[in-house]
Ligand binder design. Structure first.
Ligand code: IDP
Ligand code: MG
Length: 244
């Protein structure tokens, strides 16, 4: 990808939303400070399917379950599904991935305060998790923001959060194709024919990430593919029904 069309994914996490830090985060990453421009943005009620795809690399780690609870908003807004959301943004411009990581600072907010005072994550918190006896059994990092760490990570993440049609055509950084088939999703499976309760994810004429269509074709034929079915479908299921 050309340097000036590099893109990165930012998520304003539920802890930032809860503390009314959205505007602060946006102004730190503004075009004036970073030279980056918006390519896409939306408010998302994060499903487990999307959360698990997004944080797939951390599956099995001790902090993975609280991380999923956190990014879905259930931790900061229990019993308030209408507040369980994140703001997802694609930024574009020279050196986008590194520039945003730099203003974020270190992952751990305690380290952020030590090593890079003033960075976004220096306003975050480390929450210690305790067992019933009060012993510390782990920690959770409420660090306000997610930002892709590497360009290939950014491509994977932008494709799982955004449909091409949510990004202006002139700003799409990855290959797209026009879908000529209809695909439905029901009970974890892909179908070509409508069945009661199925959700239409793609219809003829829809613009789709090329790698997604390849993954759907592979899933149809029972072949392995680099992109899982969930990674393709998750973004088509967002914001459809009231969350629990
Ligand atoms: P990053 O967000 O800086 O890319 P990752 O290592 O990819 O950091 O971890 C993803 C998220 O998981 C972090 O932002 C943080 O919220 C959480 N996390 C990472 N490491 C730990 C840990 O050691 N304890 C608790 N939470 C962690
Ligand atoms: Mg990361």
């Amino acid at each position: 990808m050309q340097e000036d069309t590099l893109q990165t994914l930012v998520l304003i996490k539920p802890d930032a939303m809860k503390n009314s830090l959205t505007g602060y985060v946006l102004s730190q990453i503004s075009e004036f400070h970073t030279g980056l421009i918006f390519a896409a943005t939306k408010v998302v009620h994060v499903t487990d399917m999307l959360a698990e795809e997004h944080y797939a690399e951390h599956k099995g780690k001790a902090f993975y379950p609280p991380l999923i609870e956190m990014i879905t908003g259930r931790l900061h807004f229990p019993g308030e599904p209408h507040k369980q959301r994140v703001i997802a943004i694609v930024y574009q411009g020279p050196n986008a991935v590194k520039k945003v990581r730099d203003v974020c600072g270190p992952t751990n907010p305690n380290n952020a305060r030590e090593e890079k005072p003033g960075c976004i994550r220096s306003l975050g918190a480390v929450i210690y998790l305790k067992d019933d006896a009060g012993n510390i059994i782990g920690d959770r990092m409420d660090n306000l923001i997610h930002a892709s760490a590497k360009p290939d990570e950014a491509e994977r993440e932008i494709k799982i959060w955004f449909r091409p049609e949510e990004i202006p055509a002139a700003m799409r950084a990855f290959p797209t194709v026009t879908c000529e088939d209809t695909f439905y999703f029901k009970d974890g499976k892909l179908t070509k024919k409508y069945e009661k309760g199925g959700i239409c994810v793609l219809a003829p004429g829809d613009v789709v990430w090329k790698s997604d269509l390849e993954a759907l074709r592979a899933a149809e034929q029972g072949k392995p593919s680099e992109t899982s079915l969930q990674a393709v479908v998750a973004k088509y299921l967002l914001n459809r029904e009231a969350g629990e």
